[in-house]
Write a new protein. Sequence first.
Length: 381
Amino acid sequence: MPEPILQVENLRTYFRTDAGLARAVDGVSFHVNPGETLGIVGESGSGKSVTALSVMRLIPRPPGEIHADSRILFRGDRGVEDLVRVSEERMRHIRGNDIAMIFQEPMTSLNPVFTVGAQIMESLRLHQGLNKRDARDRAIEMLRLVGIPIPEQRVDEYPHQLSGGMRQRVMIAIALACDPKLLIADEPTTALDVTIQAQILELLNRLQEEFGMSIILITHDLGVVAETCDRVIVMYAGQVFEEGPVDDLFHDPQNPYTEGLLKSIPRLGERVERLAVIPGVVPSPIAWPTGCRFHERCPYGWEKTEREEPPLFEIAPGRRSKCWLVENPERREEIRRQTGGFTAKGALTGTGAATPIAGSPDDVVQESGEPPHAGSGEGGR
């Protein structure tokens, strides 16, 4: 088994605000293997984007701070380095050269007063030491590689002259210009129509094969995760709540939060009167709930979940879940018999006949087991 290219251990990123200390990322651990795509999903406020910015060391200080006991181990040309402790000068060399990031909204990430070619050339001249002519040729080559037509003309155009899909392709070209070992894509298909989304994801998959890089894909679209990722971690309230191979997690979610996310997705061929929903909202990072941070929204909660925070149990090789149901599985079955859990009432079969939700175990609606191909519609940072 190859060594991970990135190993994040006990990452804690806090922000000091007028209202108090916001523990945006609070004890997150995960790894990324060479050549794999790791998906990170969760609702808005779960800490996904702050985790990515912490890896890039782009947290504004003040008010943000990465705690000293956090470790972000990156395996690069100089061996394993802890990105929390390397100098800012060294981090500037790693950032954009060994680790690159695609941000959520290209129109706000691209500088409106510079041509797209100049913005690609900047990283090439800084990290690769190319002269102006060679950097321009490489910029044109990158624009052609990401599928932008007439790259010799587009290299001299400004961001406002390009469509949203083209701007996102320019962002990918900037990120990949220096052949990074790890690419962090934070909502790379946000605000794009579905056909452009498919093109961008196909482009990322193709470029991953060509460059041999690893990808961290941050998204709230579970359909994207099902189609493109090898493994996935589910974040909630600044913590990892579930982790596992994408097929295992979609077919057999162990954490109630993951179950709720999957059940909120409309499925082809299934008629329902109302979609299942997770009640409430993600709590404030200034005042995380005691016990399990999901217990106020969880249909399976009981006294123990209100008092004690569960550990991240290892339930199988490569599978982890942060829930007391791992030790008390009978609780889930009992609640499902009584209320159906997260299952929406009024579910109908494809023929229109009503399907019972609660009652005997045989009355519980059985999921098809197929991974969803539609977005959850809720998510973000």
